[in-house]
Design a protein around this ligand. Structure first.
Ligand SMILES: [Zn+2]
Length: 149
């Protein structure tokens, strides 16, 4: 069986963090075991052409075994709509501070202390759907100060 000692072989270098050409230093039972990185010169065990699987665990699973939900990569449609509406709004538009005792109409522009600028899309007697930068929200309105809920 031909030996690979002295030949070049692709191996994963943990110092370079890349799969690179390595010189085979020695074999064990005909299997390449020790290699030397041609790039950084470090000598280590042969790890094969690709990183071992456990290095490929998605980042969302790395925090103490708890599953962390990654933020959605797709931009929400509501955000796109909000940007369009905001761009189409005249600079001196009347912006009403939000208060649940106030009454608003469809098309009003409001300022919410937490959600920022919002566009009133529809209203009922005591609720309104408002398009905010981070999505649509249903807000109370036209409520009396004493009978909340
Ligand atoms: Zn290296």
């Amino acid at each position: 069986m031909a030996t690979l000692v002295g030949r070049y072989i692709d191996s994963y270098c943990s110092r370079c963090r890349l799969t690179l050409a390595h010189v085979v230093l020695y074999e064990v039972n005909g299997v390449v075991s020790g290699v030397k990185c041609r790039t950084c010169g470090s000598e280590h065990r042969h790890r094969g052409p690709a990183p071992v699987k456990k290095n490929e665990i998605p980042a969302v699973r790395r925090f103490g075994g708890r599953l962390i939900t990654a933020p959605k990569p797709v931009r929400p449609e509501a955000n796109r709509l909000w940007e369009l509406k905001n761009a189409a709004t005249v600079p001196d538009v009347a912006v009403w501070d939000y208060g649940m005792t106030e009454r608003y109409e469809q098309g009003d522009v409001i300022a919410h202390p937490s959600f920022g600028r919002g566009f009133v899309e529809s209203t009922t007697m005591d609720k309104m759907e408002v398009l905010f930068r981070d999505g649509r929200k249903l807000l109370a309105m036209n409520r009396s100060g004493t009978a909340l809920g």
